[in-house]
Design a protein around this ligand. Structure first.
Ligand SMILES: [Cu+2]
Length: 152
């Protein structure tokens, strides 16, 4: 059976369309990247971490964050009244970038032992429901420089 050029082009397009569905669908493996990991200076014994989490694969979820710089790390949201709320985790849908920014979701570090001066770098491990854990370098930024970011 000869397909002819149009038939071959059609098959290639169909395969590409199927691949797009499969690579972003719920069954596809998550492909996660973390960028722009940054933290404010320590306030009391806490510090907030902000980052961009991009997922070009199937849907996933952040289930746990740990850091040797802190005794505990929690995912926090911010409600309409500006109060922080602890979340069970954070969804990272397929084909999306989730941005943790001042005034929105963030990772709250508690029991931070060292001062965290602007320019300091410390590691954070992010654990996902499906994706392998990612170790991320977090850069400390002066609080006044973070304040200008606001919610996009
Ligand atoms: Cu918080």
């Amino acid at each position: 059976m000869a397909l002819g050029l149009l038939g071959v082009v059609g098959l290639v397009l169909a395969a590409a369309a199927l691949w797009t569905v499969v690579s972003n669908g719920p069954g596809a493996a998550p492909e996660i990247r973390v960028d722009r990991a940054r933290s404010g200076e320590r306030v009391g014994t806490t510090a907030a971490v902000y980052l961009d989490v991009s997922n070009e694969g199937g849907g996933d979820r952040i289930v746990r964050v740990t850091s040797p710089a802190a005794s505990r790390a929690l995912v926090h949201g911010t409600d309409d009244a500006g109060m922080m709320q602890t979340s069970e985790g954070l969804d990272v849908p397929g084909g999306s970038t989730v941005r943790l920014v001042p005034g929105g979701e963030h990772v709250m570090l508690e029991g931070v032992g060292s001062r965290l001066e602007p320019g300091d770098v410390f590691p954070v491990r992010i654990e996902f429901e499906r994706h392998a854990p990612l170790d991320v370098e977090v850069r400390v930024v002066a609080l006044e420089d973070l304040a200008g970011e606001g919610t996009p």
